[in-house]
Design a protein around this ligand. Structure first.
Ligand SMILES: Nc1ncnc2c1ncn2[C@@H]1O[C@H](COP(=O)(O)OP(=O)(O)OP(=O)(O)O)[C@@H](O)[C@H]1O
Ligand SMILES: [Mg+2]
Length: 251
């Protein structure tokens, strides 16, 4: 499971408080959706969870392992799909995935999983091509496969649906559900309310660096006293997005 305790992060020598005293627990086997307006602090939080950024204060435990104190141990058990994946452009897809397998010490036997995943996401025919020739969606698929090949315990994905075609998006969602059904944990950010609504056991909403809600959708509806409200409506209400613009939600 994932435990964030009193996480704070500022940029520009403290001028920008991106994450402000964030406390959050995601349980084993849970599919957790992390929502929030642009600039709310989602990517900053995710980068701290994956050891790419050091929090100003607080602690982060991933299945009990402290990502700040034991980054190598923690990174072994997580798979991470960044919002903007970076590759060695001159490598072919298969070279990149082999390189990632080497980094994680994936056994020769288990590397057959690469081909299965590539076929599942329909990237198998392009694996021999250099990454620089890949489209946006193909790069996204490569990043997803790279996050899965070492069989992680926790998957952390930053807007993974963006750029995927409907079939790939469907397959990713199935993969994430299957991952959680094995007792593993998924934490992903998204702006697609319908995806979060259908897929997640629980959602967290961050706004201006602070967590303003963390609950199953039914509970959010109950708290708002609107038992049939869509997640979109609840999101817009909770984040004050409509009030600011003086708009009404009419759907
Ligand atoms: N490298 C940086 N230097 C300075 N400020 C930054 C930096 N990265 C992010 N910020 C600021 O931190 C805040 C949170 O940004 P973050 O990228 O975490 O938001 P986000 O929720 O992921 O947004 P989006 O939905 O647009 O991806 C924003 O105010 C942003 O301008
Ligand atoms: Mg982001």
């Amino acid at each position: 499971m994932i435990e964030l305790k009193n996480i704070t992060k500022s940029y520009s020598n403290g001028a920008v408080k991106a994450v402000n005293d964030l406390n959050l627990t995601v349980f084993e086997g849970e599919l957790f959706g992390f929502l929030g307006p642009n600039g709310a602090g989602k990517t900053t939080t995710i980068k701290m969870m994956t050891g790419l950024l050091k929090p100003g204060s607080g602690s982060i435990l991933l299945n009990g392992i402290d990502i700040i104190k034991e980054p190598l141990e923690a990174k072994k058990i997580i798979g991470y799909v960044p919002d903007e994946p970076v590759f060695y452009e001159k490598m072919t897809g298969v070279q990149f995935l082999t390189f990632i397998s080497d980094v994680f010490g994936v056994s020769k036997k288990k590397r057959s999983g690469i081909m299965e995943l590539a076929e599942y996401f329909e990237l198998d025919k392009s694996l021999g091509d250099v990454v620089s020739s890949y489209s946006h969606g193909m790069r996204q698929k490569l990043s997803i496969i790279a996050a899965l090949i070492h069989d992680p315990e926790i998957l952390i994905l930053d807007e993974p649906i963006v750029g995927l075609d409907p079939k790939a998006s469907f397959r990713l969602k199935e993969k994430l559900k299957g991952f959680c059904n094995m007792g593993k944990t998924v934490f992903f950010s998204t702006h697609v309310m319908e995806v979060a609504e259908k897929l997640c056991d629980r959602v967290g909403i961050i706004s201006n660096g602070s967590l303003i809600a963390s609950a199953p959708l039914d509970e959010l509806r109950k708290d708002a006293g609107e038992k049939n409200a869509s997640l979109e409506r609840l999101f817009l209400e909770l984040t004050g997005s409509l009030k600011e613009a003086g708009e009404e939600y009419e759907l």
